[in-house]
Design a protein around this ligand. Structure first.
Ligand SMILES: C[S@@+](CC[C@H](N)C(=O)[O-])C[C@H]1O[C@@H](n2cnc3c(N)ncnc32)[C@H](O)[C@@H]1O
Length: 272
């Protein structure tokens, strides 16, 4: 990825900054089994971490890479559940600092570490990780195959990867694409086969390809409702101009996602 694009993505997440508190540090969608499932919003986001984490089939003592780790919330939750060591990478300096704070608060110093690094040019030797996760981060990649080849390189033979994708489920207009680009989403796939082909093009063998579009779709309305409810408190804490800017941008983006964006989960492995 060009340095300019990395900086833009990093700044996007630096700017959101403390507003991640609104979603309990979860910069990903939520998971509901069906329309009848009344799991509250924050719990639904934690649940997706559990569901995605389960597909990684983590084993005691494993070294795990979290590509695009946000503020480390998923890594902290996974480390609490599984006796593994997790290294997260992000291109947001703010997230690196916030992640370190959360890791210490969770008593996981040494088990979860976050550093600033580009997924497309990773600072790790070959074959050092047993498993990798790219949880709602690959949609930001300009060159997805390059990210996946890098992940393939740093995994040991037999290592596993789970990644998620934001496919489009309806035709996107030029204006829609502009909104997605402004929110760091580049090149959404059209079909599950396309997401599978992406993994295969980087040398992975796909073990599960899941379309969870309808299981996550409620996220966008739930988020906008939560934002409206908490707006006065957020404005007091972060300033009303900042909250208005955030709210306007995210309402446009999430209305589009609700109507036209789905969710793929791909589990794969590097052949031994
Ligand atoms: C939507 S957030 C997901 C965060 C986290 N996985 C979660 O579920 O809460 C996308 C993350 O990808 C990271 N990211 C985007 N482009 C990246 C790149 N080139 N290299 C490393 N991380 C990147 C962002 O900094 C951010 O942390």
């Amino acid at each position: 990825m060009s340095e300019q694009v990395i900086d833009q993505v990093g700044e996007y997440y630096d700017d959101i900054g403390e507003l991640v508190e609104l979603v309990g540090g979860n910069l990903h969608v939520g998971y509901w089994e069906s329309d009848e499932d009344d799991t509250p919003f924050l719990a639904a986001m934690q649940r997706l971490t559990t569901e995605v984490g389960a597909l990684l089939a983590l084993r005691k003592g494993e070294q795990v890479l979290d590509v695009g780790c946000g503020v480390g919330e998923p890594a902290v939750r996974l480390a609490q559940r599984h006796a593994v060591t997790i290294t997260g990478i992000t291109v947001s300096h703010w997230q690196v600092a916030e992640s370190a704070r959360r890791v210490v608060a969770a008593g996981l110093r040494g088990r979860v570490t976050t550093r600033y690094a580009d997924a497309a040019a990773q600072p790790f030797p070959d074959g050092v990780f047993d498993a990798a996760l790219a949880f709602d981060s690959l949609p930001s990649a300009q060159d997805k195959t390059r990210w996946l080849r890098e992940i393939h390189r740093v995994l040991r033979p037999g290592g596993r990867l789970v990644f998620t994708e934001y496919p489009h489920t309806a035709e996107l207009t030029a204006a829609d694409r502009e909104v997605l680009t402004a929110n760091t989403i580049a090149h959404p796939p059209a079909t599950l086969d396309e997401s599978v082909a992406l993994a295969e093009s980087a040398g992975f063998r796909v073990t599960a390809a899941l379309d969870w579009s309808e299981r996550v779709r409620r996220t966008y309305d739930e988020f906008l409702t939560t934002l409206a409810e908490q707006r006065p408190t957020l404005a007091e804490e972060y300033g009303s101009d900042r909250v208005t800017m955030f709210s306007t941008a995210i309402t446009t983006m999430f209305s589009l996602c609700r109507d036209k964006i789905g969710y793929h989960v791909i589990a794969c492995e590097k052949p031994a």
